[in-house]
Design a protein around this ligand. Structure first.
Ligand SMILES: Cc1cc2nc3c(=O)[nH]c(=O)nc-3n(C[C@H](O)[C@H](O)[C@H](O)COP(=O)(O)OP(=O)(O)OC[C@H]3O[C@@H](n4cnc5c(N)ncnc54)[C@H](O)[C@@H]3O)c2cc1C
Length: 505
């Protein structure tokens, strides 16, 4: 932290300073502005304008809509049994959720965008992750704002644009907080622009909404317990908030959940890239398997794991699928699967949505790039990916025999998805674990106040969105974006009601 004494003069001053320009930050700014349009509001964003927007911009844009607060609270309670969410956060959160839809509809209407029920990219009216915990009763539906991709993000960005007293400073990362070393009260921030340190006074308060640590390999290893997982979201989310909150005296939580909420998904990260692609989960044909480091199958590949954020039930509990433990993993497939299935998803994630990468429909461009290996026989394919030919051949033959029997004794794959790997040439793509979110950050309350190690709010310091997310363990689709709205709005509302701090003698 920087002390007030270290600031000889402020370079700029605002009533409210918000760090990060994702959905949580936008909601904080919109709410504060609408409560008091005279407030001066600054949003500090680390990225340039073209690559701003965080995970919010590249998310699947699914919003959880619930109409029954009590039932929703009970559902989340059951999902978080391994690390219970405090009741004085859980209960008011569920009440805010049950009341949220009209406000989202207003934001869509204000942006001239269409709010719809459904995901927008599948036939489902709702993604019900854990029915045995009460998903059907708790989830009224899934909703989104068009267009695809990025519809929710675009509508909220338009809402911000329509409020001219909200300023945005791109390429200006938050670096530190200015605080009283005894009371921890926050007076302003230190940001950086063009290599220069900028001291910005925040008359009323500061909101930290800088997202997670997905793009920090070091934090991945130390907090997540994984190495070599690739982010699907913003490469700018490198855990800056966690470092700053540690210095600020905040109590950290949810750095790693028992089942990491957003899940560890199968994907592909080209060598040297920061971000991974998300492997497709809408299949036209099923002549494919995945093999682990021993060239053996290791799970039920065609279970609809996208519906549970890649959690499968083991020993009576929902846990992450074992991709990160099974590495190196390869997907082995034949010509039919290659021809009729684009291997990655393009309606979400960074590489297609912001990076603009267009994966070829029949994967031929990626074969040419060497991202996918091709061979005339399984043995030749095995050589190309550094595996023992006889072992890979045996695994494929065992799987093909299961297809003939229409019975997968090893992993109980749905018989309707048992198609043999028979139609050469044959292909292999390395499967890298990719992650959606990291929820860790500072412990906070329903007012979005950051709590210190004694459980007391740090005066004038607020946090919203994925940084310090309340969710622990399991996660219901659409909860992160709506949490960004609820926690962002709470922070904006609370700060708008504060009086400005006065200069110390
Ligand atoms: C592929 C994918 C799919 C998803 N699908 C869904 C979904 O369908 N539904 C759902 O509810 N959730 C989904 N999520 C999760 C959801 O997107 C995030 O939890 C949510 O967007 C977080 O919003 P946020 O505002 O907290 O952070 P972000 O949107 O990540 O914004 C953080 C911002 O902070 C900026 N920043 C970082 N460091 C600094 C700094 N030092 N100073 C200033 N700025 C900084 C970043 O550049 C970024 O713009 C998905 C996520 C991913 C990656």
């Amino acid at each position: 932290m920087a002390s007030l004494q270290s600031i000889s003069s402020w370079d700029r001053q605002y009533d409210l300073v918000i760090a990060g320009f994702g959905l949580a930050a936008m909601c904080a700014a919109i709410e504060a502005h609408d409560l008091d349009p005279r407030l001066s509001i600054l949003i500090l964003e680390k990225a340039d304008e073209a690559t701003s927007g965080g995970n919010s911009r590249v998310a699947g844009q699914s919003l959880l809509i619930s109409k029954n607060a009590e039932v929703l609270a009970e559902y989340q309670r059951k999902m978080s049994v391994a690390n219970p969410i405090p009741e004085d956060l859980l209960v008011p959160w569920s009440e805010a959720m049950a009341a949220l839809e009209p406000w989202i509809q207003e934001r869509a209407a204000q942006a001239g965008a269409e709010f719809i029920h459904g995901t927008g990219f599948s036939e489902r009216d709702a993604v019900l992750e854990f029915p045995e915990f009460g998903a059907r009763e708790a989830v009224h539906c899934t909703a989104t704002i068009l267009p695809i991709p990025s519809g929710v993000y675009l509508a909220f960005r338009e809402n911000v644009r329509q409020r001219p007293r909200i300023e945005i400073a791109y390429e200006t990362p938050l670096r530190d907080l200015v605080q009283d070393p005894d009371t921890l009260e926050v007076f302003g921030v230190i940001a950086e622009h063009g290599g220069q340190r900028v001291a910005i006074r925040a008359n009323k308060g500061v909101v930290m909404a800088v997202g997670g640590y997905e793009a920090s390999p070091d934090m991945q290893r130390n907090y997540y317990g994984l190495s070599d997982v690739a982010p699907l979201g913003s490469p700018h989310n490198t855990g800056d908030g966690i470092r700053i909150l540690q210095k600020a005296g905040a109590d950290l939580w949810h750095m790693r959940n028992q089942g990491q909420s957003g899940g560890i998904w199968p994907g592909y990260r080209p060598d040297g890239w920061v971000n991974g692609f998300l492997r497709n989960f809408f299949w036209q044909s099923f002549s494919w398997i995945e093999v682990d480091a021993n060239s053996e199958r290791f799970y039920n590949e065609t279970a609809e794991l996208q519906l549970t954020h890649y959690k499968e039930k083991k020993h009576g509990r929902w846990v992450d699928t074992p991709h990160y433990r099974a590495a190196p993993v390869h997907m082995i497939f034949d010509a039919t699967t290659c021809q009729y299935n684009k291997l990655v998803v393009e309606m979400m994630s960074w590489n297609p949505v912001v990076g603009g990468y267009r994966w070829s429909d029949d994967n031929t461009a990626e074969v040419e790039k060497g991202w996918i290996q091709k061979a005339d026989s399984i043995e030749e394919l095995a050589e190309k990916i550094g595996r023992e030919p006889a072992k890979l051949r045996a695994t494929v033959e065992r799987y093909n025999a299961a297809c003939r029997d229409r019975r997968d004794a090893d992993f109980q794959r749905n018989p309707d998805t048992l198609y043999p790997i028979a139609d050469g040439p044959f292909y292999a793509m390395r499967i890298d674990p990719v992650i959606v979110c990291t929820g860790g950050g500072a412990r906070r309350n329903i007012r979005s106040e950051v709590l210190d190690h004694a459980g007391k709010p740090i005066p004038r310091l607020y946090e919203a969105g994925e940084l310090g997310s309340m969710f622990s363990d399991l996660y219901q689709n659409g909860s992160y974006l709506t949490e960004a709205m609820i926690s962002g709005r709470a922070a904006g509302r609370e700060i708008a009601a504060l009086s400005a701090w006065q200069d110390r003698p």
